[in-house]
Design a protein around this ligand. Structure first.
Ligand code: UDP
Ligand code: MG
Length: 198
């Protein structure tokens, strides 16, 4: 069954670990009046609060693997109820083709996906830098390597499935600065407005 009569309108933010999903979302929230749900943060909150769900997922996250699709979609759906009719950024979701399928059947078709593309070198560099600043259990060289492998194995089929379902996918080169990524988005926005005006 679909989420209520007034579901949130979702923009998927997809990209490898350290590709800049969280930073871009912060900026979109500040400038575009959208809301933001980070799936990784939701899971980390469960781990921190030591809930049964948190205990179930902490080992999986520490190894850099994916939690079950049922679990993350249920959690996401529950959180989305707080944003009826809102435009909502789903940061770090979907991670797998199964995630994308489960989301569509429970919450409807997303509006758009932003795909943040980055070289492995860049992603590893950022993860290890973040590991020194924050205290994330998975920001270490071994888990980073596993997270990258999981991303490479699952992102192509996930994006292919979304594309086949008619979800527009915008690719962004995220190797440069946050400023550079932002200007790519602005340029696309201008282009689209121009196209509509013609
Ligand atoms: N995760 C998951 N499914 C999701 C989102 C996150 O299994 O839909 C888990 C997975 O173990 C992942 C971790 O949560 O490695 C951290 O996700 P986050 O998006 O915070 O990591 P990032 O890619 O931003 O570094
Ligand atoms: Mg993140």
């Amino acid at each position: 069954m679909l989420l209520a009569e007034n579901p949130a309108r979702c923009i998927l933010i997809v990209g490898g670990p350290g590709s800049g999903k969280g930073r871009l979302c912060e900026r979109l929230v500040a400038h575009c009046g959208v809301s933001h749900v980070s799936c990784g943060d939701m899971l980390r909150q469960e781990v921190q609060a030591d809930t049964p769900l948190g205990r179930e997922v902490s080992g999986i996250m520490q190894r850099g693997e994916l939690v079950s699709s049922d679990l993350i979609v249920t959690l996401l759906r529950r959180r989305m109820r707080a944003f009826p009719g809102k435009r909502l950024l789903l940061d770090g979701f979907p991670r797998s083709e199964q995630n994308a399928k489960d989301f569509e059947s429970q919450c409807g078709v997303p509006e758009l996906a932003l795909h943040l593309k980055c070289t492995d070198e860049k992603m590893v560099e950022r993860i290890l830098r973040r590991g020194q600043l924050e205290n994330r259990a998975d920001d270490n060289p071994e888990t980073a390597a596993r997270r990258l492998r999981v991303y490479h194995d699952s992102s192509a089929p996930t994006l292919a499935w979304l594309e086949a379902r008619g979800v527009p996918i915008v690719e962004l080169d995220c190797n440069g600065t946050q400023e550079n990524v932002w200007s790519q988005l602005l340029a696309i926005g201008r282009l689209m407005r121009g196209a509509v005006a013609v």
